[in-house]
Design a protein around this ligand. Structure first.
Ligand code: F6P
Length: 323
């Protein structure tokens, strides 16, 4: 193997740059040259690619976002789109791919392999932490810390005004961010997609006698929670308890930006390094991950079709600690 392509795909995540740097420098140390594919599968189809050397990835370790840019591509979902992409890869002499992204990105790489035979190794990059085959994904730790910083600030103003704040964090399909931020931020309620009874618990919470001794409340709401997010929950709560002074804050994309934490930089560096080791061993269509501190491989099939679950024990613990 003489030449590989690397790309970032789906939502960006802090630490993606650190990961690209690790991929490029590990490949070069193994006499493999690297092409950076810009804008994920969109750029692959358009042939938007640049040669990368050690110096092209200097001074990016600490930067959020992804200097290769990213996109969600509709055209790549079609066989014609994938054939165009493969044509561009052939033109460049690219023999294997390293894909940094989430489930949809792995699924795209697997399709490309099934139809055109090009091997790929995936690296879990998403703030949501919802990928099977790794304890943590790149960007998750930074996103949790960014959201936590916001919650600490909101707590000050909630306290001053004796208000209830519903703070919405990201997590379209999963509550990893919501749960961790809720525990670390001392939230009185944590509303996540995995907890189908959360609205009942919330309404009970505000009906309780002891709630009246607490002047203010922070409720962390994952965007994918069953009721449809913080704004809808606020409406439900107000209908039931018109005297509550409620405010809603949606943290949104601030959770995706910013300089990666040390944990994310180290995780991203390890995973980038491990991806090249895996390719060198002849592995393909697998995602690398770190489980209990050790590098591990999970087939794309497995990673795509299995769901990593949040800890319901931690959810129970958070309920006890919030009383
Ligand atoms: O998958 C990461 C994520 O940040 C989700 O938590 C969120 O629902 C989604 O991306 C938002 O995507 P976009 O930036 O395309 O609106």
């Amino acid at each position: 193997m003489k030449k590989i392509g690397v790309y970032t795909s789906g939502g960006d995540a802090p630490g993606m740059n650190a990961c690209i740097r690790a991929v490029v420098r590990t490949a070069i140390a193994n006499d493999i040259s690297v092409v950076g594919i810009r804008r994920g599968y969109e750029g692959m189809i358009a042939g938007d690619m640049i040669d990368l050397d050690s110096r092209s990835v200097a001074n990016i370790l600490q930067r959020g976002g992804t200097f290769l840019k990213t996109a969600r591509s509709e055209e790549f979902r079609t066989p014609e789109g994938r054939a165009k992409a493969m044509e561009q890869l052939r033109k460049r002499g690219i023999e294997a791919l390293v894909c940094i992204g989430g489930n949809g990105s792995y699924a795209g790489a697997l399709k490309l392999n099934e139809e055109h035979g090009i091997p790929c190794v995936g690296i879990p990059g998403t703030i949501d932490n919802d990928l099977y085959g790794t304890d943590f994904t790149i960007g998750y730790d930074t996103a949790v810390n960014t959201a936590l910083d916001a919650i600490d600030r909101i707590r000050d103003t909630a306290d001053s005004h004796d208000r209830v704040f519903l703070v919405e964090v990201m997590g379209r399909d999963s509550g990893f961010i919501g749960l961790d931020v809720g525990i670390a931020g001392g939230a009185e309620g944590i509303m996540i997609p995995e907890d189908k009874e959360d609205i009942g618990k919330l309404l009970t919470h505000f009906s309780q006698e002891d709630r009246r001794t607490k002047a203010f409340s922070i409720i962390v709401v994952a965007e994918g929670e069953p009721e449809g997010g913080a704004a809808r929950l606020a409406t439900r709560l107000l209908a039931e308890y018109p005297n509550l002074d409620i405010r809603t804050t949606i943290l949104g994309h601030i959770q995706r930006g910013g300089s990666p934490t040390a944990r994310d930089r180290i995780l991203a560096s390890r995973l980038g390094y491990e991806a090249i080791q895996a390719l060198q061993k002849g592995l393909k269509n697998i995602a690398v991950g770190i489980i209990n501190g050790y590098a591990s491989y999970t087939s794309f099939e497995h990673a795509i079709h299995n769901k990593k679950s949040v800890s319901h024990e931690l959810l129970r613990m958070a309920e006890v600690l919030s009383r």
